[in-house]
Write a new protein. Structure first.
Length: 431
């Protein structure tokens, strides 16, 4: 460690990067309880180098090491909280996107030890409203703070709530994103804004303002009637289903209202409204499958029952649409159903049409990620290529189609590694 700290403090740019990587390895391999005596040296050196004038490669490496230090030995870093927070906030305005992204992530890690969250949130909100420059980075930092500060019940005073409400809703309502304006940067800002709103909705009830829920209930129903606003509201509802369904599910008559909105999204001809609709259901399933979900199983069952009567018959046609993003979302949905809620999709009246469309997707080599995803989905839907399951799934299909499906499952699907059950099931991007 002494040698690495010497290189970090006094070496050339490349030596500092290599020293930082070496500290990374040490942190990864060392028992966190053994790091206590070394944290002051490591944190102090990292902060000092970060505040000097070095290129983005050095800064990125330093920030990554600081992030690892916080995640492995954060409880020993409390003395450096203020300095780290100042360093990370300053780096949000760096010219290099990797530096900004790492700084935003580190602010989230810092929340496990920070006790002065209100000033940070106000500073981030002011940065978001005062300038369009790097607004996406600052929204990402705000999202990380909101998601990771769950244990700080004193973080949100009236001023913070007022600033959050006005800022997030103004950004959402004034977003220029529409079917005719799909600018990638603006779309990213809209997605992050929606994620922040849903993360705020998911805070304990005594911490937030009920006015936030208005947009989750009546307003979103109203917005869905207009195509332009439906485009934006589909991003918001997608985030809400993923992050805060346990809150909105308690509102009266909401399942019936929102189930119709979700179905209208799924059946839309406009991308990504249809993709967001599919991911609304994915968010609902992830809540149902989560040990940390506060929603009652009865509420989720009710919502699923309302959606599935129209969802399952729509899936075969959706798989035929020439839209790669929509295809991957649809395949993720069927795979998730097949892995964790197998009986619901297996016993549906549309199961034979679904397996038939999946086979067509698996045999299509024009988009390799969809082909691979379709094969994995068939693996789970057929219970790891079980012959009796395949026979029941193909019941009612033409005999030639049954033969093709059975042969493909025997030749290809049965050869897939069954330990792919352990593959990453992260259904969403960071938003």
């Amino acid at each position: 460690l002494t040698l690495l700290l010497q290189g970090l403090r006094f070496g050339s740019g490349n030596i500092r990067i290599q020293s930082s990587l070496g500290i990374n390895i040490l942190l990864s391999l060392t028992d966190p309880s053994k790091l206590r005596s070394s944290v002051a040296q490591i944190a102090g050196s990292l902060i000092r180098v970060m505040n000097e004038r070095f290129g983005p490669e050095v800064k990125t490496s330093i920030l990554q090491t600081m992030g690892l230090l916080l995640t492995t030995a954060g409880k020993f870093c409390k003395a450096f909280t203020s300095q780290m927070q100042t360093t990370f906030v300053k780096a949000l305005n760096d010219l290099d996107p990797k530096v900004r992204a790492n700084a935003a992530a580190n602010l989230g890690y810092l929340m496990q030890i920070s006790t002065r969250i209100s000033p940070l949130i106000i500073e981030l909100v002011n940065g978001i409203t005062s300038s369009n420059e790097y607004r996406d980075t600052k929204l990402n930092a705000l999202l990380n703070v909101l998601v990771n500060q769950k244990n700080h019940k004193t973080a949100f005073g009236p001023k913070v709530i007022l600033n959050l409400n006005s800022t997030l809703f103004e950004l959402f309502k004034n977003s220029p994103v529409s079917p005719n304006n799909t600018d990638a940067k603006e779309k990213n800002i809209l997605s992050l804004t929606c994620a922040c709103i849903s993360a705020y909705c998911n805070l304990p009830k005594d911490l937030n303002d009920d006015s936030l829920l208005d947009l989750s209930e009546d307003n979103i129903i109203e917005l869905s009637q207009c195509n332009t606003d439906q485009y934006k509201s589909s991003f918001l509802l997608r985030s809400i289903f993923y992050r805060s369904f346990n809150r909105i599910s308690k509102l009266d008559n909401l399942p019936d209202k929102l189930s119709q909105v979700v179905i209208s999204y799924i059946q839309s001809d406009t991308s990504p409204i249809n993709t967001n609709g599919i991911e609304c259901v994915l968010g609902l399933l992830s809540n149902a499958n989560s040990d940390q979900s506060n929603s009652s199983i009865n509420e989720i069952e009710e919502f699923l029952s309302l959606i599935e009567t129209e969802l399952f018959p729509s899936l075969p046609d959706i798989l035929l649409i020439d839209d790669n993003q929509l295809s991957l979302a649809c395949l993720s949905l069927i795979k998730y159903y097949s892995k964790y809620f197998h009986d619901r999709i297996f016993n549906s009246d549309s199961s034979s049409e679904i397996i038939s469309s999946l086979l067509d997707k698996a045999r299509d080599r024009s988009f390799l990620p969809a082909k691979i995803a379709a094969e994995r989905t068939i693996l789970y839907l057929t219970n790891l290529a079980d012959p009796s399951t395949i026979e029941k799934l193909t019941n009612g299909l033409p005999s030639n189609k049954i033969k093709v499906i059975t042969d493909y499952c025997t030749r290809v699907i049965s050869k897939l590694p069954h330990d792919s059950n352990n593959e990453d099931d992260n259904l969403f991007d960071s938003y």
